[in-house]
Design a protein around this ligand. Structure first.
Ligand code: GAL
Length: 415
């Protein structure tokens, strides 16, 4: 009888093992720079530790435009990846196509509704059902500063746009590039939206750039924003067009440039280069935006699959992404803060602690706003159109502010 029992147990274990057959998921993302790559490697390792296989599908190109173009071609040809870095309103657009897997079972088992700020969980859902797992919260309205470069110019970190131009002028005289910039439309708009937030404030930002209110876009405040935005260009270098964002960050790391307006994935580059926040670099709110917070949440959507083992791997990835251990490891590399509420922040630096506090405070005060530059605010078609109109103005020194404002208003009507 003993033998029969042992054989039965052994068979049961074998069957269980078969059902837990390792799955493989192909993951589309664009995290290829120093800090991004370390963070992506942490995600890959987390999945591998759960027994499944990660097939990397990295499409280089900051901001993700190239990755999204490749994703569309893959899905149209019936060859969607298992998981893809998709954010904001694009999640609704993909879900509407009926190609995204429902993740409610993982979300309910892991209590995501209790663990996520509502502003985030709302973005992850389509018609009330989870279609993506959120990874982090990036703050976009940061100015990264090399204090040694400021010292050489006897200049100070600016808190307003008037102070920015005073500091930039001093740096220029000292022969230091005031602002490191990469001339790509998402980077131009990252600068533009921080100018809009700093000059016009959160209510103006929401009315003009999120609600796309025609009167606000055509109004006097937007005129001032466009004038300020174009004045910034005079403090960038002639090699800025086409430069990748992380190469601009490297200019600040090396002291070739003194400042960069960029989200805190730039911090991931400083950290990867062994730099110390508060000493080698400063994180200061973009001028005029200390009481506001432009958020950008990275997330992974899962595409519908047939193979049960691969579906299990997708669910495991979603579960691991929101687990406390991963939330800490990943965000320390990425420069962002955990999206999971209640996380201990003692391993994070002061930039992250400030970001975490300001995220909560601005959610209460109403000055927590979504980043247009990073796909968090408006449908992708109008986002692309307004980004292009702003970059056209940045690049065309013959275009007047009035022309630019008219083109922006027209672009904002794109549907
Ligand atoms: C953003 C993305 C960040 C960062 C950045 C630069 O859109 O959300 O995670 O990688 O692009 O590539």
């Amino acid at each position: 009888m003993q033998t029969l029992g042992a054989i039965t147990l052994a068979c049961a274990a074998l069957v269980a093992g078969q059902n837990a057959r390792a799955g493989e998921i192909e993951v589309l993302h664009w995290w290829t720079s120093g800090g991004e790559a370390k963070a992506a490697a942490a995600l890959k390792l987390t999945l591998q530790k759960s027994g499944h296989r990660w097939k990397d599908f990295a499409v280089a190109g900051g901001g993700g435009d190239s990755a999204m173009t490749v994703l569309k071609s893959r899905v149209v040809s019936g060859n969607a990846p298992s998981a893809a870095q998709i954010k904001g309103p694009s999640l609704q657009e993909w879900a509407q196509e009926g190609v995204l897997a429902n993740m409610d079972d993982v979300a309910q088992a892991e209590k995501w509704d209790e663990l996520l700020p509502k502003v985030v969980s709302d973005i992850m859902k389509y018609k009330g059902h989870y279609v993506a797992a959120p990874v982090n919260v990036h703050r976009v309205n940061w100015l990264w500063v090399n204090p040694a470069a400021l010292k050489k110019a006897n200049a100070k970190a600016p808190t307003t746009w008037d102070e920015f131009f005073t500091t930039a002028e001093a740096l220029k005289k000292a022969g230091i590039i005031p602002l490191a910039h990469g001339g790509q439309n998402w980077q131009d708009f990252t600068t533009f939206e921080s100018v809009a937030l700093g000059v016009g404030g959160a209510e103006f930002y929401k009315k003009a750039l999120v609600q796309l209110d025609p009167a606000t876009i055509s109004g006097p405040t937007m005129t001032k924003v466009l004038e300020t935005f174009k004045k910034v260009k005079g403090y960038t270098d002639k090699n800025a067009p086409g430069r990748d964002w992380n190469l601009a960050t490297a200019m600040v790391i090396k002291g070739e440039a003194a400042m960069q307006l960029m989200g805190d994935w730039a911090k991931g580059e400083f950290i990867a280069a062994g730099k110390t926040p508060g000493t080698d670099f400063l994180c200061v709110p973009a001028p005029g935006t200390a009481k506001a917070y432009t958020f950008n949440v990275d997330s992974f959507a899962m595409f519908k699959l047939k193979d049960p083992a691969n579906i299990a791997a997708q669910k495991e990835l979603a579960k691991e992404i929101m687990a406390p251990a991963f939330q800490e490891t990943f965000n320390l590399y990425k420069g962002s803060i955990p999206v999971r509420l209640g996380m201990k922040m003692d391993k994070f630096d002061d930039c992250a602690k400030t970001s975490a506090k300001d995220f909560v405070d601005t959610a209460k005060s109403g000055s927590l706003v979504p980043s247009i530059a990073h796909g968090m605010a408006v449908p992708s078609a109008v986002e692309g159109a307004i980004k292009d109109s702003v970059s056209q103005f940045w690049n065309d020194d013959k275009m007047s502010v009035a022309d630019a404002q008219g083109k922006l208003a027209a672009a904002a009507k794109t549907r």
